[in-house]
Design a protein around this ligand. Sequence first.
Ligand SMILES: [Zn+2]
Length: 122
Amino acid sequence: MKKESGRVVRERKTVEEMVKLYCHQHHDTQGEKLCDRCSVLLNYAFQHIEKCKFHPEKPTCRNCTVHCYSKKNKNTIKDVMRFSGQRMMLRFPALTILHLIDGWKDKKRQEEYFKAEELKNK
Ligand SMILES: [Zn+2]
């Protein structure tokens, strides 16, 4: 089994809670339950976290340079994140802050990565 980095575990947890929040408010579900459509979406998101080619050091999806979601799913997940983003901060402040920090670190790492690539291609 591939070793999971903390950030991947966090990413999965973050997306799960976001979809839950969204589904509870929009589709009248409760607790651990999700409606069919949202379970499919969440599974889709999980699969893409697993499949991510940067795994296990994957950047948070917001910062990712590869847009691996289909157009339809991308729009749906964007809605979910827009809706749940601020609410996550209230409900899961620690998780949200760690996730944001992961994002900031990515920016730096990506800049370094692109710089290195540029030098290679010169
Ligand atoms: Zn739903």
